[in-house]
Design a protein around this ligand. Sequence first.
Ligand code: AMP
Ligand code: ZN
Length: 465
Amino acid sequence: MDLVLFNTRSRRKETFTPLQAGKVGLYTCGPTVYNYAHIGNLRTYVFEDILKRVLLYNGLQVKHVMNITDVGHLTGDRDMGEDKMEQGAKREGRSAWDIAAYYTTAFKEDLARLNIIDPTIWCKATDTIPEQISLIETLETKGYTYRTGDGIYFDTARFEQYGQLSRQDRDALQEGARVEKNLDKRNSTDFALWKFSPENVQRQMEWDSPWGRGFPGWHIECSAMSMKYLGDQLDIHCGGTDHIDVHHTNEIAQSEAATGKRFFNFWMHGEFLNIQGGKKMAKSEGNFLTLQNTFIDNDIDPLVYRYATFHSHYRKPMEYSDDSIAAAGNGLRTLRGQVTRLVERTGGEKSPIDDSFRTKFLCRLNDDLNMPQALAVVQELLKADLPDPVKLATIQEFDAAVLGLELDREVAADPLPPEILELIGLRKQAREEKNWAESDRLRDEIQDLGYVVQDGKAGMRVIKK
Ligand code: AMP
Ligand code: ZN
């Protein structure tokens, strides 16, 4: 079955064929670690996780690289403003290195809470400075760079196809770029490859280079890291839609100028999570919600957020509201309840899965990751006239391979007997009604029957002693 994906480069759905049979090189732009990721950022990472899982479900091997931007991303996308890392360090009275380490750990924890599979390779901008310098040297040798008072710049006028990804010619992009004017640049779309450390300010992160002491521009890291780990012609590169006009446009320019080859075949972009009224969630807007403050602190399973994102296609904006999260919470609880009842009824009987449902599910996924439709297939399966063990095995495969919702979480390890499941149900109800005395009584009853009850941030877990 063909896997069809929307390629931003052509603005069309195209059949995906890896460059090397059976193997996919996937590069996803990672976070700038000067603050927590907000749930908008995390929507993009869930979309990329689904993409990766669907590639795997199609039997492809995936080598996935994700970078950590820990230097060089300035507050203005066009090489103006302050380095976000140094800004974060000032805000918190810690070093830029400490900030980077702290928010990288927090980010990885968020991914784990959302059942996002780790990339094959994590890489940090600060660990690949020599590779970035060497790429800039290649561009210099080929005549694509020039020097200004504050750095080495890429001359976009020398790269004819500049702006192809954003479908804007250089004149239109120049117009947009003029907002933050850097008078030294030849063209306003030109971008920094290397910035010099300011003379009167001691930067925390800086390196020697053939052009002087300084730090890399933001875009060069992704080109250097993707080529280092995946080669100079690659399959799929992803990010949020905000990366199309500047970051990815510049990555293409510098990479293709350096190698003379097409950089990535597929560019895929996830739409934004907005807050009510269509306003995008952004760290700079001060309206940002994290997984911690919105889910964990309110005792909401973070997988409710994963599930909520499945209801909007990744290329459509998603609107955040407390009501939509409550609805997703109810939906997930119902789904888990249905799976739990299947486990109860089958008593752990193993069964092969239903092939026609697998094909149907894969068909929806292979149509540009249509998760709303894939969820509809799950509902159809639950209502289908099939033996319970077949239904259960099929849904467990969908969950393990793609959904990642732990639908059988309460029962996966060792199926719990019906009387325990009933007590769990009663205790959940008591907790929802905030009837703590009854909840405690039921916990004791479950424990007396030989089970351990754990109340974690993500809900109740019951395990045999
Ligand atoms: P950053 O840490 O700012 O570099 O962003 C990390 C990722 O999140 C990038 O792929 C962005 O395109 C994406 N992103 C930023 N804001 C949003 C949002 N509101 N909704 C979805 N994705 C976003
Ligand atoms: Zn990037």
